[in-house]
Ligand binder design. Structure first.
Ligand code: MG
Length: 163
């Protein structure tokens, strides 16, 4: 009997710095700090990609989009996400659902969650109700609590196409 479901998890964290945009789930959020990284540093989208790749044991995004490659400097992470989606579809799989948590002390993310779900659903050609996003603070504890960075966690469930 062949397995028709696969699960993966992804984690990412990026530093918060001045003079960078804050982009989460493809949505630009107004804030005095933004995330530092080689690409647009969209930490949520990076966690989602790693969860999708992880579900099929395909490694991580660093393998496909190395930070040493100038090609990915300032890259729109949603374009990378579309490529990862294509990769799993070529192997005969599709996303059944995603569940993510963003951990950020500030700003308040709740007003932006629906826009992130809509945007990610558009890129992944899914319904927004297949994309769960939650936001929490770190209760002022640790580097995330001190607003030195923002972290994201994702669990992805993939199903075999046509199953
Ligand atoms: Mg990253």
């Amino acid at each position: 009997m062949s397995v028709n479901l696969r699960i993966g998890n992804g984690y990412d964290i990026h530093q918060l710095v001045r003079d960078r945009p804050l982009i989460l789930g493809g949505i630009k959020i107004s804030h005095e700090l933004g995330l530092l990284g080689h690409s647009d540093a969209d930490v949520l989208t990076h966690a989602i990609m790693d969860a999708m790749l992880g579900a099929l044991s395909l490694g991580d995004i660093g393998h496909y989009f190395p930070p040493t490659d100038p090609q990915w400097a300032g890259a729109d992470s949603l374009l990378l996400l579309a490529q990862v989606n294509q990769l799993i579809q070529e192997r005969g799989w599709q996303v059944s659902n995603l569940d993510s948590v963003i951990v950020a002390e500030r700003p308040k993310l709740k007003p932006h969650i629906q826009a992130m779900r809509d945007r990610l659903a558009e890129v992944l050609k899914l319904a927004p109700d297949q994309i769960g996003i939650k936001a929490t603070t770190n209760e002022k504890l640790g580097p995330v609590g001190r607003e030195e960075g923002i972290a994201a966690y994702t669990v992805a469930l993939l199903e075999r196409q046509g199953s």
